[in-house]
Design a protein around this ligand. Structure first.
Ligand SMILES: [Zn+2]
Length: 248
């Protein structure tokens, strides 16, 4: 699928943007239709629950049963653990495994809260809502371009990505740089230098990156690098999956 991202024109990029959205157009084209409806109803995903015990590489919708969510709070209402399984949908993603980028569609589990009837996509912890690239890939690009100062074109060539998509993620990082610095200042005040330049901020984020993302979501109620809704009201609530036995 590498060629998919090598296309350097806007139309193709627009297609990619469409693919990655868990909120489909009301009338998706026959070629897109990423949804598998359990009951034939047209139902739109409204919110997400992030499972930080999984990453894209390990994610398998078959591992989930309703018992898995017995301690998980609903992101939309006060109910805890009142979910039923509600089908799945396909999501296009790019993640990093065995030294290379993997372009894949994964089937994301969807669950419904029996109390408020809202449906939630269950996402692996390294998947950034509305973004094509996984968190690890984003960090790989940021480290290469900002910390190592490798030219964007060379990074694009190495990972077979378009330079435009890399620039999109560099721009996303710029939007979040102050918030990321703020997060570390609150969490680790004595270990966070005052410098807020791009290189210093990227260096604050250490592996495993999902630990950072989990803390960031808890503090900010939205994942780092999730840009949609950044400038407006109405961002869907983001929940965190609590495995059985975890404190809620
Ligand atoms: Zn609910």
């Amino acid at each position: 699928m590498g060629h998919f991202l090598m296309q350097n024109n806007c139309n193709n990029h627009a297609k990619i943007e469409k693919w990655r959205s868990p909120f489909p157009c009301k009338k998706p084209s026959p070629n897109l239709s990423p949804y598998i409806e359990p009951d034939g109803l047209t139902h739109q995903i409204r919110t997400m629950i992030i499972d930080f015990t999984q990453i894209c590489k390990t994610y398998d919708k078959k591992i989930y049963t309703k018992e898995c969510f017995s301690a998980t709070p609903c992101p939309k209402c006060p109910a805890i653990g009142r979910f039923k399984m509600y089908g799945s949908y396909l999501r296009y993603i790019v993640y990093f495994a065995e030294g290379k980028l993997v372009h894949e569609q994964i089937e994301l589990k969807r669950i419904m809260c029996k109390s408020c009837k809202s449906t939630h996509a269950v996402m692996p912890g390294d998947l950034i809502p509305y973004k094509l690239l996984s968190l690890f890939v984003v960090m790989l690009l940021l480290v290469a371009c900002i910390v190592d100062e490798t030219p964007v074109l060379r990074v694009a060539q190495k990972y077979e990505l378009s330079f435009q998509i890399i620039n999109i993620y560099l721009a996303a990082f710029s939007l979040f740089a102050n918030r990321i610095h703020q997060y570390f200042k609150e969490r680790l005040p004595t270990h966070t230098p005052p410098a807020t330049d791009r290189k210093s901020v990227v260096a604050l984020i250490k592996k495993p990156y999902t630990i950072f993302q989990c803390g960031y979501v808890k503090l900010n109620r939205r994942p780092c690098f999730m840009c949609k809704f950044l400038d407006g009201a109405g961002a869907p609530p983001i929940g965190i999956h609590a495995p059985r036995g975890a404190a809620t």
